[in-house]
Design a protein around this ligand. Structure first.
Ligand SMILES: Cc1ncc(COP(=O)(O)O)c(C=O)c1O
Length: 383
């Protein structure tokens, strides 16, 4: 059973950092991999031609293991979720009589791409709000299912809602999207790495995951899976390294009409960043070693007493079945004094996020019960 891994991070000893959904701290081995990469650039003779490929290919293999992708070549290295989704948008034909389905209040990177398509084509953007229900996850998933019909071209969702951790039933929604022939696109930013995800079970057409939250990597790199629907697409950039034969630096001006296999064509230019790539490779290795199920179990057990304490004080938190263990929202009554809460959190050195009418709590393996106690003390002193 996983125990606190605080010793592998460099967080200040007195800080209660419950904010991985904002940004993860870098594990020490990840930071060291980055520093080693920067050092190599001080003496470029230490960077060999094969180094442009090796770490990226290992990232593909590790990410493939993490989410059960059969062929690592279907993984692209991307700089951000918006970039990964722009690839989908570019390669998804949508007609004016079709629609695109999303959940309400998604993160903007998973909204603007679809708004652009809707504006350019006249397609309808169907934004599905959560119905009033104690069974929030199932009720919202039902509403999303109802919104998908034979005219749906794209369904673009997260596995959880980024503001409060509400679980979206991707199994049922993905099956329905396939039935009607819609592209099924998943923004894994707030879930992959901490909540189990199986590409072969859930069958998304694309899955995008920047590294700086639950993949414990640096800011500015990430990974994306593109399935058969996007196997022959047009990349956003015509990179030299994405073309057949790019391994042979002597022949780069023998320009090629074909791409390297799979999703490698979608790699952003200069993806073989010699600091970022080894950092992401190292971070993925650590997550694989801990195991995603264990990470989810660890986070879930940390926040379990919180749910009890919060309800006892008259605030609301969703039942466990409705939300993830690694991201959850405490909803405050509308009359609650938020500036007093901010002060109390500062006084207790607790870092969480305020999103809408929720306090978003997002622990990871560097947290322990003391962090949750400090949060409860801060909430109490704000009452
Ligand atoms: C659900 C979700 N998607 C994407 C992102 C980040 O998007 P990008 O990588 O385009 O900056 C965030 C950041 O908070 C997020 O919460």
């Amino acid at each position: 059973m996983l125990e606190s891994q605080e010793h592998l991070f460099s967080l200040p000893a007195d800080l209660h950092y419950l904010n991985c959904a904002y940004m993860s701290p870098l594990p020490k081995p990840v930071m060291e991999a980055g520093i080693a990469g920067l050092r190599r650039k001080c003496d470029p003779s230490t960077i060999a031609q094969e180094d442009f490929f090796l770490d990226c290919d290992e990232i593909r293999r590790r990410f493939a293991r993490l989410v059960n992708i059969p062929d690592p070549r279907t993984v692209a290295i991307i700089p951000s979720a918006s970039y990964g989704l722009a690839i989908v948008a570019r390669n998804s034909p949508v007609r004016g009589d079709q629609n695109i389905v999303t959940a309400a209040d998604q993160f903007p990177s998973n909204v603007y791409a679809w708004r652009r398509i809707a504006e350019d084509t006249g397609a309808e953007l169907r934004v599905v709000s959560p119905p009033e229900s104690d069974d929030r996850s199932a009720a919202w998933s039902d509403s999303l299912l109802e919104a998908i019909d034979r005219s749906t071209a794209i369904v673009a969702l997260g596995h959880i809602h980024w503001t409060d951790g509400t679980l979206i039933d991707l199994e049922r929604i993905g099956a329905h999207a396939r039935e009607v022939g819609a592209a099924f696109i998943v923004d894994g930013t707030q879930s992959v790495g901490a909540l189990p995800f199986d590409v072969q079970e859930l069958k998304p057409d694309a899955l995008v995951c920047p590294a700086y939250k639950w993949l414990l990597g640096p800011y500015g790199i990430g990974v994306a899976y593109y399935g058969a629907r996007y196997a022959d697409g047009v990349p956003l950039e015509e990179t030299w390294i994405g073309r057949t034969g790019s391994e042979d630096f002597r022949r780069l001006v023998d320009y090629q009409d074909t791409y390297r296999p799979g999703a490698i064509r979608y790699d952003a230019g200069e993806s073989s960043n010699f600091a970022h790539a080894p950092m992401l490779k190292t971070a993925l290795g650590m997550i694989l070693e801990w195991g995603v199920e264990e990470i989810q179990r660890y986070c879930g057990s940390l926040v379990a007493p919180l749910a009890h304490a919060v309800r006892g004080r008259g605030w609301t938190i969703d039942e466990e079945a409705n939300r993830a263990g690694h991201v959850l929202g405490i909803r405050m009554p509308p009359t609650f004094n938020t500036s007093r809460l901010k002060e109390a959190l500062d006084e207790h050195n607790v870092s969480v996020s305020l999103r809408g009418d929720s306090i978003r709590i997002s622990p990871h393996v560097y947290n322990d019960a003391e962090d949750i106690d400090a949060l409860i003390a801060a909430l109490d002193s704000a009452l």
